[in-house]
Design a protein around this ligand. Structure first.
Ligand SMILES: [Zn+2]
Length: 319
């Protein structure tokens, strides 16, 4: 590893997303950031640092060709070959941990039982609603209880909150436009999630109608660097807010279908080479990979819509 980059820039830490993108995005050699940082020792080490691919075989002269992007997960790579190598490792890393988050939520008390135990509904009311649900073959238990007058919407939302050990959230002051960069539109649509607001510049409230999605929440947390607090939003508030949110302008997103992990890594690396991001990251969301590329340094808690691009990649063998 002759050109191993030192320091925190290579650490796979969400807070490191914007490392290296601190100054002007283009025409900047990697060592200049260190020059601004001031230490003579760090300048010396950065002159011979550079490509973040540990198995980079480029000669040091090549590293001087004035290239400072793309930056992926805090590290800069010198060539398509090295970008592919890093993406390949990241793709393998993401797919390795598949299926571990959901385990935590396997043993939840059934909603009907929870309502009954709390004395909010009677055994007869539960039986009636379960029968109706079974007969109709559709609809959620909570909806049937509301329809039959056994429970109110608030009561169901509270019970879902207890079931998932999460708060019940409201949609007041929902600014859908500013939240468009929290999650790609496709995930909003497919997983029924609704970003609600950002608190203190570091907590993102994420609403769900019926059940939380811890896999998605973790992915958003890793991608945005914000702490994600998930909660249940009562149906009558969730539906219109979700519909409104789907209407706003989202960052451009590209869908990629790859036949293998290595094809996925190559496709994602090509996008990085083309878009020359000042920062980019890769996370897994259920059976797909989400790569975000920042073309400009992020200023606020979330990036501006046109300064990021999303790549959503599914791999044939995963499904
Ligand atoms: Zn390299």
């Amino acid at each position: 590893m002759p050109f191993l980059r030192t320091g925190k820039a290579v650490a796979p830490d969400p807070s490191a997303v914007f490392e290296g993108g601190g100054a002007t995005p283009h025409g900047r050699r990697p060592f200049q950031w260190e020059l601004q940082a001031g230490s003579v020792d760090s300048v010396r080490s950065e002159i011979f640092a550079g490509c973040a691919n540990p198995s980079c075989r480029s000669g040091w002269l090549r590293l001087w060709r004035g290239r400072s992007v793309p930056i992926f997960e805090g590290g800069w790579t010198c060539s398509l070959e090295c970008t592919v190598a890093r993406l390949r490792r990241a793709v393998a890393r993401e797919l390795e941990g598949q299926g571990t988050v959901r385990e935590l939520y396997r043993h939840r008390i059934p909603l009907g039982l929870l309502l009954m135990e709390r004395g909010w509904i009677s055994r007869d009311q539960l039986r009636l609603a379960l029968d109706a649900q079974k007969k109709a073959g559709t609809g959620r238990l909570g909806q049937w209880l509301i329809r039959q007058g056994a429970a109110s919407e608030e009561m169901i939302a509270r019970a879902l909150g207890l079931q998932w050990s999460c708060p019940v959230l409201g949609v007041e002051h929902h600014e859908s436009t500013t939240l468009a960069t929290a999650i790609p539109r496709l995930f909003l649509d497919a997983f029924g999630a609704l970003p609600l607001r950002i608190a203190a510049g570091r907590v993102l409230y994420l609403g769900f109608e019926e059940s939380l999605d811890p896999v998605l929440a973790l992915a958003v947390e890793r991608m945005t660097g914000l702490r994600v607090e998930s909660g249940i939003v009562p149906e009558s508030a969730f539906r219109p807010a979700h519909a409104r949110m789907l209407e706003v302008t989202f960052p451009p997103a590209e869908l990629v279908e790859a036949i293998s992990q290595s094809a996925a890594a190559y496709a994602l690396a090509r996008s990085a080479e083309r878009l020359k991001p000042v920062a980019s990251r890769l996370v897994r969301v259920h059976d797909c990979l989400w790569m975000r590329l920042w073309t400009r340094t992020q200023q606020g808690a979330l990036p501006e819509t046109m300064t990021v691009q999303d790549m959503i990649c599914s791999i044939g063998m995963m499904g």
